[in-house]
Ligand binder design. Structure first.
Ligand code: Z2T
Length: 831
């Protein structure tokens, strides 16, 4: 590395190697300096907000040096970079993570104590960076952590939303959305007012001849919006590598036109233009697994993609390499189809701006991109009306048509006798109105397509993309099972368990190679170890119980089984199955004699998660859960045996409290619908068991930890189609246990029966698309097994330890290494 650094910079380079604070004194001095100068306050006046700001700034100073050097090293060595394009990055809080990654948390804890603060209070001052909906956005955040920790030269590109996912309040049992303005004071972002890109929309295409008589396309007119870069440092764990997350913010272009308007006294319309421009990056669309086809969303996508590609191409051009080497320097991963316009934009740049021939350009494009699919749900597959694309991006539509033409010609050549094939695989759906199928465009424009768990990757190859497997061969399609970062999801969220694990596995190196967790297996039968393990779980449950008491004023018994389902509310995730099961349990308890009741295992059913604001059915589910809670929780017949809790505003920082406190968590989607799931991995890694269907990553978790350590139930994905078919032909009657539940609901036991009519009739009268009735018996029986097994605590804890020992596979480090080898062809940069 040294030799590749130009002489003048070499000295500066070798100074300032990776270091945290020398000692507590140095940290305190830095905090005081920031309070007194950067924040212009006196220590006398330093409250928790100021202490947070100063601590964050002190750590930020440390990160900046490593960050700069990482970027310089990548430039000097001219390494291939991976660019991860994602409309969502669900980062959560940054301070705790930064302290742990640079190994400065103990110093900070002591220093803050000395200054009169508790570190947990300071950490909790920070707003979550909640620029995502759920699994897809959190996966992107885990990937950033792994890419930095493994020293890959990687950039994330996204949008700097002024409002992240809304905050959820529960008022009278209903979800209420409150805007999440999170940017008030954000020490983790660096505005780069000098890094801007002008982005064009609308207008028209004029063809002309260049000096060689070649036809060239000129995209003219329309309007321009400026993208401004905001950078966030992404520190790796125990390495100086600090990568960059670049988020684009929109503002009005300061062109001639606006200036004139301003001078002509058209002040109001000039301000209106400004606001219209800023609208592009104003708000995150709050839908998980649903696309609604809004024009502003398409604008967001092109704005972000065009700015990012401009940036990437600009960086490549500095290397003065021939275009043919672009894919040797650049890999771009499409996180779902949201950034698919990048395929078209790169082809446009190469064709219209750089003058390459179609085939040469197209070979570069397809060698550069990889596409990750995250769902098979039809309502989530992106399609844009041709007319809208034509209007907003006229040149792009032409290029899409050309891509489609060449693609269909090659298909016709290969399958001359299959008449329907062309219309089936066409990027343009010949519907009314015509639609651009973004997933097909992403497949055609990429060299690799992957699903996110084995079952999911098999399903996409045999269902929604099966024609493309015929066309391109199976090698283009692959699986990369999702993973999670053990730094945040074990070490940060569950420090005591992390410490216990470190004491038995030879220190914290397990955080860099999670497979070494297997050393724990030899302690499964060690009574003392089991005791310590159980004590930690209990302490985590006490912490959650306190949180429940302080936010909801409900007392829960930490000795009860904590049964948790926290994730976005969606019919396919089947929170309705869970709450119907809870009602069934309640009805059984009510029927029992006091003696019988004494034999029952106490349970706390904990729910959390947001419904998309426009998803009426999901909101009905939230309402039902809350109403059941208000009946059950005050019923003296039931007492501690059953409590039903709805935790408000589930997000990353709350997950860090909830997940370590679970005994049992629920991952009960209709088989074949949940692409992977990632919270299932988090719960098991924190020593909780899971109840789940044979879906997504549950299947691989079972393979790794063994079927004795997981509670599986329900229909298999290969049977789903037949069952649904039976429903539509009326060959179906509602499960008898579930009928009792419905009777309780419809007789008004949980409030106005009319409120929940739709939830009941979805199952009873409208085909039960998510097979709630089919799986009900098996679910209830399996929950009964859980109750029995929980009574034998020694055995239960053994299962938990054994499971954790076998979870090494689910690190996002393993996952990133697979992407790097199989898709990106990229190597870590030694430090
Ligand atoms: C999302 O969170 C997921 C898939 C989507 O498909 C969209 C969103 Cl916002 C378009 C989730 C999957 O539902 C989940 O199974 C998976 O674990 C996660 O992405 C990460 O791959």
């Amino acid at each position: 590395v040294e030799a590749s650094i130009p002489e003048p910079q070499r000295e500066a380079w070798t100074k300032n190697q990776f270091e945290s604070f020398k000692d507590q004194g140095e940290f305190e001095k830095e905090v005081v300096r920031h309070v007194e100068t950067t924040l212009a306050r006196s220590m006398f006046n330093c409250d928790e907000t100021a202490a947070y700001s100063a601590t964050a700034l002190a750590f930020r100073d440390r990160l900046i040096k490593d960050w700069n050097k990482t970027q310089q090293r990548q430039t000097f060595t001219d390494s291939k970079r991976i660019y991860y394009l994602s409309l969502e990055f669900l980062m959560g809080r940054a301070l705790d993570n930064a302290m742990l990654n640079v190994k400065g948390k103990d110093i900070a804890k002591g220093g803050l104590n000395e200054l009169g603060f508790r570190i947990e209070d300071i950490i909790s001052q920070e707003n979550d960076a909640a620029l995502g909906n759920g699994g897809l956005g959190r996966l992107a955040a885990c990937f950033l952590d792994s890419m930095a920790s493994l020293n890959y030269p990687a950039w994330g590109y996204g949008l700097r939303y002024r409002y992240g996912i809304f905050k959820q309040e529960i008022i009278d049992g209903y979800q209420v959305e409150v805007p999440d303005y999170w940017l008030d004071f954000n020490p983790w972002e660096f505005p780069r007012h000098d890094v801007t890109v002008d982005i064009q929309f609308y207008g028209h295409v004029r063809k002309s001849q260049d000096e060689n008589g070649k036809t060239v396309a000129n995209w003219e007119g329309g309007e321009v919006v400026t993208a401004v870069a905001y950078d966030m440092p992404i520190p790796g764990y125990d390495t100086p590598s600090t990568n960059n997350l670049r988020l684009w913010s929109s503002k009005a272009a300061s062109g001639e036109f606006d200036f004139q308007k301003f001078n002509n006294g058209e002040y109001e319309s000039s301000v209106a233009d400004q606001q219209r421009a800023e609208t592009i990056s104003a708000v995150l669309y709050p839908n998980d697994n649903l696309e609604r086809g809004k024009e502003l969303r398409l604008k967001q996508q092109y704005f972000w993609v065009a700015a990012s590609l401009y940036d990437i191409v600009r960086r490549f051009k500095k290397s003065k390499r021939p275009w043919s080497e672009f894919p040797d320097q650049v890999a771009i991963q499409l996180n779902d189809t949201h950034p698919t316009l990048a395929v078209v934009e790169l082809q446009r740049i190469l064709l219209d701006k750089e003058g390459l021939e179609w085939d040469e350009a197209w070979n570069i494009v397809t060698a550069t991109f990889g596409y990750t699919n995250h769902t098979v749900l039809p309502e989530a597959l992106e399609k844009w009306p041709v007319g809208l694309v034509q209007h907003l991006l006229p040149r792009h539509l032409q290029i899409i048509y050309d891509i489609n033409l060449f693609f269909l010609q090659s298909v016709e050549k290969k399958f001359p006798e299959d008449r329907d094939m062309l219309s089936r695989v066409s990027i343009i759906e010949e519907s009314q109105p015509k639609m651009v199928r973004m997933a097909y465009l992403a497949i055609v424009g990429s060299h690799k397509v992957n699903g996110v768990a084995e079952l999911h990757s098999d399903l996409i190859q045999t269902t929604i993309f099966k024609d493309f497997v015929k066309i391109y061969g199976a090698d283009k399609f692959t699986n990369v099972t999702n993973g999670i970062t053990p730094r945040r999801w074990l070490h940060q969220a569950n420090p005591r368990l992390s410490e216990l694990i470190a004491s038995k596995t030879g220190g914290y190196d397990y955080l860099k190679d999670l497979t070494t967790l297997n050393k724990l297996e030899q302690y499964v039968d060690d009574k003392d170890f089991r005791k310590e393990w159980a004590e930690i779980k209990y302490a985590n449950k006490v912490r959650l119980a306190k949180y429940i008491k302080s936010t909801l004023d409900i007392t829960v018994n930490p000795a009860a089984l904590f049964d948790v389902q926290v994730k976005r509310i969606h019919e396919y995730k089947r929170q309705q199955l869970n709450i119907f099961g809870v009602i069934y349990r309640y009805l059984q308890l009510k029927e029992m004699s006091p003696e019988e009741r004494k034999k029952q295992a106490p349970r706390v059913s904990i729910f959390g998660g947001k419904a998309a604001p426009g998803y009426w059915m999901a909101k009905q589910i939230i309402h039902l859960i809350n109403n059941v809670g208000s009946v059950v929780n005050k019923d003296p017949d039931v007492g501690d045996l059953l409590k039903v809790i709805y935790l408000e505003d589930y997000n990353v920082s709350k997950a860090e409290i909830i997940i370590p406190a679970s005994d049992l968590s629920e991952h009960i989607s209709t088989a074949g619908t949940e692409a992977s799931g990632t919270s299932n991995m988090k719960f098991v890694l924190n020593g909780g068991l899971i109840i789940g269907t044979c879906d997504g990553a549950n299947i691989e978790i079972t393979r790794e930890i063994g079927q004795d350590n997981i509670f599986l139930f329900g229909t298999l994905s290969e049977d789903v189609e037949d069952l649904r078919h039976n429903h539509t032909y009326g060959k179906h009657s509602v499960d008898s246990g579930l009928q009792k539940v419905f009777e309780a609901i419809t007789t008004g036991k949980f409030g106005d029966a009319n409120d929940f009519g739709a939830l009941v009739s979805a199952v009873r009268d409208h085909g039960d698309y998510y097979l709630v009735s089919d799986d009900f018996q098996s679910y209830v029986d399996t929950q009964k097994m859980v109750d029995e097994e929980y009574k034998n605590q020694e055995e239960w804890v053994s299962k938990c330890i054994r499971s954790v020992a076998r979870m090494g596979f689910f690190s996002s480090d393993r996952c990133i290494n697979e992407y790097a080898e199989e898709i990106w062809n990229i190597e870590p940069l030694a430090v």
